[in-house]
Each structure stands twice: as C-alpha cells, then as structure tokens.
Design a protein around this ligand. Structure first.
Ligand SMILES: [Zn+2]
Length: 100
C-alpha cells in the first residue's frame, strides 16, 4: 500500500463535493449578491464550513465521473442545491469571526 500522502495525492480519489462547493462559491462571487471578504483565508474557511455540513461524494473512477449513472448524477445535483443553500450561511458564520 502507498504511504498515506501518496495514496491521497494520486488524484485517483476525488471528493466531488469539493468541486461542487468550489463551483457554487465561484458562481455566487460572480453574481456579486452578497458582500463579504474574499481573501483566500476567508474563502478557505467558508469552504471548510460547507464541506463539514454536506455529504461527501467520493469517486475513484474517472469513467464513472465522465459517464455518470443516473443515480450518481442525481446525487451530484442534490449536493449542488445543498451547497448553494449552505454557502450563504457559512459566509454569515465566517463574518462573525474574521481572522484578519
Ligand atoms: Zn478575509
């Protein structure tokens, strides 16, 4: 078995929830609806809060990710909605404890 760092650095194991949260946060920033600090530290905090709130969607198969089953696609879409819901809440939470 590979050492842990290499095991997870192989890019074979992907948590698609990370991709979903990143994309949803980027879309929200693009819409400029909410004012909040967008420094890296605050964005990292926001993403961590959301990732701790919503389920992971791990995949170890690029084929599954490229040609997702209906079930996989449905879960992806469900997580997109959850992320869109949780990101503004996380922003509110982060605002109250600014690190800088
Ligand atoms: Zn900040």
């Amino acid at each position: 078995m590979l050492p842990m760092k290499d095991f997870f650095r192989s890019d074979e194991i992907v948590n698609l929830t990370e991709e979903i949260v990143y994309n949803e946060l980027q879309a929200l920033i693009g819409r400029a609806e909410i004012e909040f600090c967008q420094c890296d530290k605050c964005l990292f905090d926001i993403v961590c809060v959301v990732l701790n709130k919503i389920p992971s969607l791990y995949s170890s198969s690029i084929a599954d990710r490229t040609y997702p089953s209906a079930e996989f696609k449905a879960e992806y879409d469900r997580l997109k909605l959850l992320a869109a819901e949780e990101i503004p809440r996380a922003i509110e939470q982060i605002k109250d404890r600014l690190h800088h």
